[in-house]
Design a protein. Structure first.
Ligand SMILES: Cc1ncc(COP(=O)(O)O)c(C=O)c1O
Lengths: 426, 159
């Protein structure tokens, strides 16, 4: 079994030097919301500002050159992390913006085509007609649901969704959901609520049989397991830097070159142009077409340092470590009377996001008692209200694990739940 | 443990045995307020009597603080007129911002909610039912004693 040197890893994360609530050690089980940052990431960002700060891709001076190099090196490094080419990586504010970038490409292509405006070659795939279909699943984060609802409302396309089995897996039995009107299938790689890791190959096969594009929400997969976009066979993925040890304020869209090239721009302005006159503008090739304005170079450098940090450990090791913790946590939780796991109860095809409810105890109260013992979990609907509804729960308590967690943290969680039950007398 | 400051016995009693829970058939206005981060929900109805007092009924789901607070809200402001109810809401808000000393005459058992002020994330839970009442009363045509109509747009933050 793989074992990470968690003590050594923790020493890299300044936040673990502080204590919480009555001087207790911090048990951080909320990496699914955002991860903590090692000093290597913080230093990389600081070093950029201290030594190379300039607006990238603008200016002819030394600092602008260095800043541009640092930014483009970060892009290449991050691309390599998921088996992609640098020009296929678009930097965005976060995953949410990346998903909006795609949905707005559909909208913009549709609107421009109605007016006969010029579109990139191949943009027909992004032009929606009334009755075209967009397929999502019932386990999506609101970030991969609401933008598609909005798109449907504006274009007359129809939103359809893949339902869930009792165990919390995609129910792919209704193959009619994949049909010639399906333009894009947008599903998550790993559910942030249920922990389910979806069978991407099966989805890609069904989607390709009807010619649909496939978008994979990789927010909860890229930080936690090896991801290789070529073998996945999807058209796009998106994820956020802040959930993979990187800074806030940066995310990535990866798209196949030929797909990105066919997309009209989302946000427009400086840096994304080719030739501008008062009458009209032609646009740069991707990724610049999608990166209007002065980009977040320091954050890109920080995210690249996060990639280095994870590569040094090895993503296989990261996944194995989390798997070990997930198994231990599921075992510990399943012994607690009145506790119900929402999502797969076995650790097969499952990540470390574990949601649960306790009979007679509201998640907010559970979270409060855990917090009093220094244990940070997330409570509520986790931006996945439809999936909560599907399982008949108003909210859940969710623990998520990462490289700086160990079995002691799992024990603390289990003990904390027992004390919550005792405190409330259930 | 600081936790006991928030979860006082009296709060847990209201949580386990809420007062006035259940929706009345008759009502002049109904509101549904939610706390989207944690999923607390309340449906609240008021009907306005001849005397200008509001009869309150509600149904709710959520954490102990939101449920206990709804029960206390019922005890304190059911059958009250708008000014008196709104004064209680204002007092609760001020107490949770730690800008007034809790006044039992105004809040009754609600003074036990003072401990919530130490946990900013829970303030919304404690306010949910009270804000719903204010919204519902305004929608039902509340008039303050001075006779001026109150506009409802200042109360949307819970939505
Ligand atoms: C599965 C999933 N998708 C999308 C998001 C949105 O990420 P962000 O808020 O960083 O844009 C998250 C995280 O909150 C997530 O877990």
């Amino acid at each position: 079994m793989a074992t990470l040197d968690v003590a050594a890893i923790k020493a890299d994360f300044p936040i673990f030097k502080r204590t919480v609530r009555n001087d207790q050690r911090l048990v951080y089980l909320d990496s699914g919301a955002t991860s903590q940052k090692p000093f290597q990431v913080l230093d990389a960002e600081r070093n950029f500002y201290e030594n190379h700060n300039a607006a990238v891709h603008r200016g002819a001076h030394l600092l602008a050159e260095e800043a541009t190099d640092a930014f483009e090196h970060a892009r290449a490094n991050i691309a390599g992390f998921i088996g992609a080419q640098p020009e296929e990586i678009v930097f965005t504010k976060n995953a949410t913006e990346a998903i909006n970038l795609i949905s707005y490409s559909f909208l913009n292509a549709t609107l421009k085509s109605m007016r006969g405006a010029e579109l990139p070659k191949g943009a027909e795939r992004f032009v929606l007609a009334e009755g075209d279909e967009i397929l999502v699943s019932e386990m999506e984060h609101h970030a991969n649901l609401v933008p598609w609802q909005e798109l449907c409302e504006k274009t007359g396309a129809v939103l359809r969704w893949i339902g869930l089995t009792e165990e919390g897996r995609l129910d792919l039995s209704d193959t009619g959901l994949f049909n010639p009107r399906t333009k894009i299938v947008a599903v998550t790689h790993q559910s942030n609520l249920l922990g389910t890791v979806n069978d991407v190959a099966a989805i890609v096969k069904l989607a390709k049989s009807c010619g649909a594009l496939v978008f994979l929400d990789a927010c909860q997969s890229v930080p936690h397991m090896p991801v290789d976009v070529v073998s996945l066979g999807v058209d796009f993925i998106a994820w956020s830097g802040h959930k993979m040890l990187g800074p806030l304020g940066i995310g990535c869209l990866w798209g196949k070159s030929e797909v990105l090239s066919a997309m009209p721009p989302f946000i427009s302005g400086g840096s994304m142009i080719e030739v501008v006159s008062m009458e009209r503008t032609t646009f740069a090739v991707p990724p610049k077409r999608f990166e209007a304005g002065v980009p977040m170079a320091a954050q890109a450098v920080g995210m690249s340092a996060a990639v280095d940090y994870l590569n040094a450990i090895g993503m296989d090791q990261v996944a194995a470590h989390e798997h070990m913790l997930t198994q231990a946590a599921l075992a510990g939780l399943s012994d607690i009377p009145g506790l119900r796991v929402i999502g797969p109860e076995s650790s097969v095809d499952r990540g470390s996001a574990i949601s649960f409810v306790l009979e007679g105890l509201h998640p907010h109260d559970v979270g409060q008692v855990l917090d009093e013992s220094g244990i940070a979990v997330r409570v509520g609907q986790h931006c996945a209200k439809p999936a909560c509804l599907r399982f008949g729960v108003q909210a859940t308590t969710r623990a998520t694990f990462y490289i700086y967690n160990d079995l002691e943290d799992v024990d603390a969680l289990v003990a904390g739940i027992y004390s919550a039950k005792k405190f409330f007398g259930v | 443990m600081k936790l006991e400051n928030m979860y006082q016995e009296i709060i847990l009693d209201h949580y386990k045995r809420p007062h006035g829970k259940g929706l009345a058939e008759q009502f002049d206005s109904e509101v549904h307020h939610v706390n989207p981060t944690c999923g607390d929900e309340i449906t609240l109805r008021v009907s306005r009597g001849e005397d200008g007092n509001f009869v309150v009924s509600y149904d709710s789901l959520g954490c102990s603080i939101s449920q206990a607070s709804a029960s206390i809200m019922f005890d304190q402001i059911n059958q009250h007129d708008f000014d008196s109810g709104a004064a209680a809401v204002d007092h609760l808000v001020s107490m949770l911002q730690r800008s007034v000393e809790p006044d039992e005459d105004i809040l009754g058992d609600g003074i036990a909610l003072a401990g919530v002020a130490q946990y900013p994330a829970r303030v919304k839970c404690a306010l949910l039912a009270w804000m719903a009442w204010k919204d519902a009363a305004i929608q039902a045509g509340a008039e303050s004693l001075s006779g001026t109509k109150i506009s409802s747009d200042s109360n949307k933050e819970q939505n």
